[in-house]
Write a protein that binds this ligand. Structure first.
Ligand SMILES: CSC[C@H]1O[C@@H](n2cnc3c(O)ncnc32)[C@H](O)[C@@H]1O
Ligand SMILES: [Zn+2]
Length: 432
């Protein structure tokens, strides 16, 4: 057995207490073997965690990682206008190589900010999967299906691609990659395609993930046309099962909240994207109160505009208070849970907690920073004060992805160079 010790840190436990301890990892199985004092001397390799917080790796529950290429390309517009006027035309110009370059840039950013697992919906999934395989993260990937504006044959092909990808890539990268069937949203995929493909996704045994109830404009047409709320419409079509997870869930009413809680479908809250696109304020406090599994996601870098889960946690706490008109709503403990085990549970990863037998997915945060001093409450610091640049080490599946702020699995300068070139060329084609 090859072992790695995370030595001399303060370890964030599943009950959100912090204890001084080492973490011993079995690198062959990728699992945590022991947490306790004096474990480093027997290990094959050691990561120094003195004056640092050892936390579960953050889980980005909803992302479009290759959209880093479109960061800053189109800002300050609402969702529908942003997608139709800017993002979809630009995405129409993306080649497979571009998506690989954008995905690698996104993965570099995720590793640097302590993320060890994420869920991603995009095009050219084989390119995203290849990047994940190299970078060493854990991911649930899916091809984003859009049928509106397409003729029947093209639309069916797109849905079939979504299913094929979900079947083919499930278990890839030594099990670090899992998949989902990912219709883009309830308004951009026709119900005839859902009727045909959802049962096939169930047969394939993969969960279903989609954008839901993100804007008021997206809710109204479903209510008008079908006479039910969007998540009732989803449930009627077999799209709301315990293993499924939806992104956003901003405009959900009480019936939908109870439905989510009853079924066990998770919601990935994306506060930065919701604020930037002025989509609205998700009722996070109420969702949690009702017993809904709530995770956190950044959405893509074009609507955020970064992939930092630490920023997202702070945004979630701040926005949650504003939405509830209550300073005690969505406290630090809630967002720390949301960015770790909340997202992991919603997406279907076993990670998100530091305990014996759990996947060795963790991040080490440097506490020797002015903005993290004094260390009264480290859960508070994670939620409100820590930043991506404070992450020292990132470990996924027992493998060190970043040591002392140096990413080991990707060549940062080359990744950045390729992404710069790809982004410039895409924008040139899109604006021509
Ligand atoms: C079909 S692949 C995924 C698709 O989703 C688009 N997208 C990015 N952010 C959002 C969002 O907040 N709501 C809905 N759709 C979004 C992305 O540009 C891709 O086209
Ligand atoms: Zn999204």
């Amino acid at each position: 057995m090859t072992t790695l010790a995370i030595a001399d840190g303060r370890v964030l436990r599943p009950d959100l207490t912090v204890t001084a301890a080492d973490v011993l990892i079995d690198q062959d199985s990728g699992e945590i073997r022991e947490i306790g004092p004096d474990l480093a001397s027997e290990a094959d390799d050691t990561l120094d965690a003195a004056n640092s917080l050892v936390t579960p790796g953050f889980v980005n529950g909803h992302c479009h990682v290759a959209m880093t290429l479109l960061r800053g390309y189109a800002d300050d517009k609402p969702l529908e206008t942003w997608l139709r006027e800017d993002i979809w035309p630009a995405e129409g110009e993306l080649t497979a190589a571009d998506i690989r370059a954008g995905a690698e840039l996104g993965l570099l950013e995720l590793i640097k900010s302590g993320v060890t697992a994420f869920a991603d919906m995009y095009f050219q999934v084989p390119e995203v999967a290849a990047a994940v395989e190299t970078a060493g993260l854990r991911a649930r990937l899916g091809h984003g299906i859009v049928t509106i504006g397409k003729d029947g044959e093209t639309a069916r092909e797109d849905a079939a691609t979504g299913l094929e990808i979900a079947r083919e890539y499930d278990g890839a990268a030594d099990g670090r990659i899992s998949t989902a069937f990912m219709p883009h949203s309830l308004t951009t995929v026709g119900s005839e395609y859902l009727a045909e493909f959802v049962p096939k996704a169930r047969e394939a045994g993969v969960p279903i993930h989609y954008h839901a109830n993100e804007t008021a404009d997206e809710v109204a047409p479903i209510v008008d046309e079908h006479g039910v709320r969007p998540l009732e419409y989803a449930a009627d079509r077999g799209l709301l099962e315990p293993e499924d997870f939806v992104a956003h869930g901003v405009h959900v009413d009480e019936t939908e909240i109870e439905l989510l809680a009853e079924v066990g479908t998770g919601v990935i809250h994306c506060p930065a994207s919701n604020m930037k696109l002025a989509s609205g304020m998700a009722p996070v406090e109420r969702l949690r109160e009702a017993g809904v599994t709530v995770g956190l996601g950044t959405d893509g870098a074009a609507s955020n505009n970064d992939l930092s889960m630490l920023d997202e946690a702070r945004d979630a706490a701040m926005l949650g208070k504003l939405a509830a008109d209550d300073a005690s709503a969505v406290p630090a403990e809630a967002v720390v849970e949301m960015m770790t085990r909340g997202s992991a549970d919603a997406v279907g990863f076993d990670s998100g907690r530091l305990e014996v037998g759990a996947p060795a997915d963790l991040a080490v945060i440097d506490l020797e920073q002015p903005h993290l001093t004094p260390p009264h409450d480290l859960v508070s610091h994670l939620a409100y004060a820590a930043a991506a640049a404070d992450v020292r080490h990132t470990v996924c599946d027992g493998r060190v992805l970043m040591r002392d702020r140096e990413v080991l699995t990707l060549e940062a300068a080359a990744v950045r160079e390729r992404a710069l070139e790809a982004a410039e060329a895409v924008v040139e084609r899109a604006d021509a």
